[in-house]
Write a protein that binds this ligand. Structure first.
Ligand SMILES: [Zn+2]
Length: 172
């Protein structure tokens, strides 16, 4: 169900499916260049700070983004870079796209914990004013079909947590 580079981790937003390519150690993963070469035509690297979702510039520290429209999910991340399927991303509301990007970005800095990644994304959106309560409900609607597993809580539980995060002052 996924392209495999061997032993490494890939984080996913788990909207359509749950893809926790869990293999330890985490250290060894593909570089963005290796990934693009593996995927083949169509995939490309967007340098750090140059990604635009709609008219909003997104950044994730010095992490580049690989646009891969054949990815089996909206977004994913390997340690060191993010991956987006823009064909899918363009079909969903803007705040949801930005939330996905930020969720994947959160894994870069906060590790594999899904709840933390969700909360990080929500608080970043609130702080940078691209996420309103209405946007948050769009995110909730988006992830609601996801069923829980050991890594991703079910959509409704995740939303409950995110609503709390949106309200709380504590910053992740
Ligand atoms: Zn995640």
């Amino acid at each position: 169900m996924h392209r495999s580079f061997g032993s490494f981790i890939r984080w996913s937003v788990a909207a359509i499916g749950v893809f926790w390519m869990l293999s330890i150690p985490v250290q060894a993963g593909p570089t963005p260049e290796e990934y693009v070469e593996y995927v083949g035509k169509g995939a490309k690297i967007v340098p750090p700070g140059q990604l635009k979702l709609g008219d909003y510039r997104m950044s994730c520290g010095r992490r580049p983004t690989v646009i891969d429209n054949s990815l089996d999910d909206y977004g994913a991340a390997y340690p060191g870079f993010l991956i987006l399927n823009m064909k899918l991303m363009n079909k969903i509301p803007k705040p949801v796209r930005m939330w996905i990007y930020s969720h994947e970005c959160a894994h870069q800095f906060r590790g594999p914990n899904e709840e933390v990644a969700d909360c990080f994304a929500v608080q970043r959106g609130r702080r940078r004013r691209w996420l309103s309560l209405t946007g948050l409900e769009q995110v909730c609607k988006f992830i609601s079909p996801a069923t829980g597993d050991s890594m991703h809580f079910s959509g409704s539980e995740r939303c409950e947590q995110m609503r709390k995060c949106f309200r709380t002052k504590k910053v992740f």
